[in-house]
Design a protein around this ligand. Structure first.
Ligand SMILES: [Zn+2]
Ligand SMILES: [Zn+2]
Length: 105
């Protein structure tokens, strides 16, 4: 769940011109790709909320994972429960060096 930084209310997911967006009743909206990952599963589009790395990444645990982009061997990781629930948790990684992000398949 993501909350409005302006008024603290819950942000509602919305799609505008095929681009995901989170909007608040007060008029605040976020369209940044960093905050939302769109995953297509069986033709359905699911929105997955991931942590806001700009604020929280430094508190995340690290794991030995090789970054495909820069070859660094350490990455932060976190897990996200998909809304469908039957897929279980998905693990996401972020390189500690170049901040490249990827998910575990
Ligand atoms: Zn608001
Ligand atoms: Zn990297």
């Amino acid at each position: 769940m993501l909350f409005c930084p302006e008024c603290g209310k819950l942000l509602m997911p919305k799609e505008e011109n095929k681009r995901p967006k989170l909007v608040c009743a007060c008029g605040y909206s976020v369209t940044e790709k960093d905050d939302l990952l769109i995953e297509e599963t069986l033709g359905k589009v699911e929105k997955i909320e991931i942590v806001d790395a700009r604020k929280e990444v430094n508190t995340l645990p690290k794991i030995a994972q090789e970054c495909q982009k820069c070859g660094n061997k350490e990455a932060f990781y976190w897990t996200v429960q998909t809304r469908a629930g039957d897929e279980g948790e998905t693990r996401f990684f972020q390189c500690t060096k170049c901040n490249n992000r990827w998910r575990e398949y």
